[in-house]
Design a protein around this ligand. Structure first.
Ligand code: AP5
Length: 187
């Protein structure tokens, strides 16, 4: 299985695990959050447009995000597979991804859903704030991001579950334990 999504609330460990799975399976990990942050750092027009939404913990408008993902998935390194982290994040993005993959003649193999309880998520992200200083890792914004996940992104799991693609993995425990669970779920 090489065409995958990893989905879960903020702090579930998507980015941490995506790097490991991508190395294990030899497919690129594509994180929409990372692409936005790289553009903010480089002060590109895309970054300038995305920054106020990210700082507030809101979703960047679909028109901006969809265009960015379409371009990225069109790059040659995704021909043999990919691991998308942080996209799609609402029902409209699911529809857009369906269209992109259809144009590329590809289909999703699996959707990995990482779970963890909200207090663990908040503690992880507050811990990261002290080390990395992400502008959206303040307690208010973290809690808002969790609300946005429930209101807009949880439905994405339901939509893929209806297609039989979702494998739920417990995101609690050490990073190594979670990686082992993921690899077992993919086996
Ligand atoms: P994004 O970058 O995707 O952020 P997020 O979903 O809030 O997720 P995080 O990166 O905070 O957490 P994660 O689950 O990746 O966990 P991580 O491995 O980092 O998006 C940021 C923003 O960009 C959005 O709010 C939105 O504005 C915009 N955006 C992105 N995609 C978009 C889209 N499709 N549409 C519209 N807007 C979009 O780990 C977190 C911390 O926990 C780390 O410190 C890590 O070391 C630690 N940790 C990880 N695993 C464990 C473990 N097992 N035990 C203990 N600690 C752990």
């Amino acid at each position: 299985m090489t065409r995958m999504l990893i989905i879960g609330p903020p702090g579930a460990g998507k980015g941490t695990q995506a790097v490991r799975i991508s190395e294990e399976l030899g497919v690129p990990a594509i994180s929409t959050g990372d692409i936005f942050r790289a553009n903010i750092k480089a002060q590109t027009p895309l970054g300038q447009e995305a920054k106020r939404y990210i700082d507030a913990g809101d979703l960047v408008p679909d028109s901006v995000t969809n265009r960015m993902v379409r371009e990225r998935l069109g790059e040659g390194d995704t021909a043999e597979g990919f691991l998308l982290d942080g996209y799609p994040r609402n029902a409209a993005q699911v529809e857009e991804l369906d269209g992109i993959l259809q144009e590329l003649g590809q289909e999703l193999d699996v959707v990995l859903q990482l779970t963890a309880d909200n207090e663990e998520l908040v503690q992880r992200l507050l811990g990261r704030a002290q080390k990395e200083g992400r502008t959206d890792d303040t307690e208010d914004v973290i809690r808002h991001r969790l609300d946005v996940y429930d209101a807009e992104t949880a439905v994405v799991v339901d939509l893929y579950a209806q297609r039989g693609l979702v494998r739920e993995v417990d995101g609690l425990g050490t990073v190594d334990e979670v990686t082992r669970r993921i690899m077992a779920a993919l086996a």
